[in-house]
Design a binder for this molecule. Structure first.
Ligand code: G6P
Length: 369
């Protein structure tokens, strides 16, 4: 282990820091092109996607959270209606099927039993246009799909998924751009700019990783807490969910995530000085609304830890800790904002002395129901 881990203490830390390389490898096939080739997802991509009426994303755990982010992109950028379902629920509920649905399964391992079964269920309902985004080329899931995109994150050993998530997001963004292009919603200039933004991601992620020492300092404040609340809005709400999941998985602190506008419908009752509130707050259209949600937390004595970005106007003050990500990244900001949350969970786990790579009761790949 010592050799493979190199300078890192745990696989999770190593995998968090491998994200720039994982993204560069996953996006390598873009080369320097100014336009995107639909064939990235398989030879029949254009044929299968051209008259798709809606997308159904099915996945579990962290992969499910990637699907939730993608819904904002697919509907907002490409204008494609999109539903996202937890695989273990979808397979057992009566749902309305449409043969012109593209069924997208997301999985790091490609062996998650519920995801595989959900795909079979969708096929049995007549939905045969299938696409998977998976990190293991020889997995069962890849064999079952007409279209596929292999993320090139490399082996992920830590039970808590990190680099698989960000590479899935990159792949889902590519899928969004392909849909947008097929639907005439992507001008050549915008397309070139989007590809450039994707290519720049490894550098942007590298800059976020440099925040580790500051995050380590914050982690001391969390180590003694019993509960934490994560808030986000829009495409950053799934990032709040993922931040809460990471914290639960490896530190055993009870964590919940809410879309910040829902605070007043329940979780505000829990807020006091012992409940740290973590906010994902890049400068987007909902930032002003988020700020007023955060004031509600502050008014109840809640201690705020805010991950802003270079463009968010978010001053620190008494009880409001602010950390800024170096770049504002538009639609792709979700991909950058998950990284400090991964690092936060990791460092809180170190302070608490839990088994970071093999948290109790959890498995890397859940191959039974
Ligand atoms: C397990 C792992 C999670 C993972 C989930 C889905 O619960 O502990 O990290 O997100 O399975 O796995 P998959 O391989 O399908 O992405």
């Amino acid at each position: 282990d010592a050799v493979e881990l190199g300078q890192y203490r745990h696989y999770m830390q190593k995998e968090i820091f491998e994200q720039p390389v994982a993204l560069a490898n996953t996006l390598e096939m873009l080369g320097t092109a100014r336009s995107i080739q639909p064939g990235l997802f398989g030879a029949k991509t254009e044929e299968l996607l051209s008259d798709v009426r809606q997308v159904l994303i099915v996945a579990c755990g962290t992969s499910y959270h990637a699907g939730l982010v993608a819904r904002y992109w697919l509907e907002g950028i490409a204008g494609v209606p999109c539903n996202v379902e937890v695989a273990s629920e979808y397979r057992y509920r009566d749902s309305v099927s449409d043969p012109q649905t593209l069924v997208v399964t997301l999985s790091q391992s490609g062996e998650t039993a519920d995801t595989l079964a959900a795909l079979q269920h969708a096929k049995s309902l007549g939905m045969t246009r299938t696409l998977c985004i998976c990190n293991v080329p020889e997995s069962s899931l890849v064999r079952e799909n007409a279209l596929r995109f292999i993320t090139r994150a490399g082996p992920e050993i830590g039970v808590a998924s990190t680099k698989a998530f960000t590479t899935q997001l990159a792949a889902l963004y590519l899928l969004t751009l392909i849909f947008a292009k097929l639907r005439g919603r992507l001008s050549p200039e915008v397309e070139a700019a989007e590809l450039q933004a994707l290519r720049h991601l490894p550098v942007a992620v590298g800059k976020v990783l440099a925040l580790e020492p500051a995050i380590q300092t914050w982690s001391e404040d969390f180590a003694m807490k019993q509960d934490a609340l994560f808030l986000g809005r829009g495409r950053h709400y799934p990032i709040a969910l993922e931040g809460a999941l990471k914290l639960k998985e490896i530190t055993y602190i009870h964590a919940e995530a809410y879309p910040a506008g829902e605070l007043k419908h329940g979780p505000l009752a829990l807020v006091d000085k012992d409940m740290p509130v973590i906010a994902v707050a890049p400068n987007d259209a909902l930032l002003e609304k988020l700020k007023s949600n955060l004031q509600e937390v502050r008014a109840r004595g809640g201690e705020l830890y805010v991950f802003a970005d270079a463009d968010s106007e978010m001053p620190a003050s008494e009880g409001v800790h602010v950390m800024r990500l170096p770049e504002h990244y538009g639609q792709l900001s979700a991909l950058l904002h998950v990284i400090p949350l991964q690092l936060l969970a990791y460092h809180v786990a170190l302070v608490r002395g839990t088994d970071v790579d093999k948290p109790r009761n959890l498995a890397k790949s859940v191959t039974v129901e």
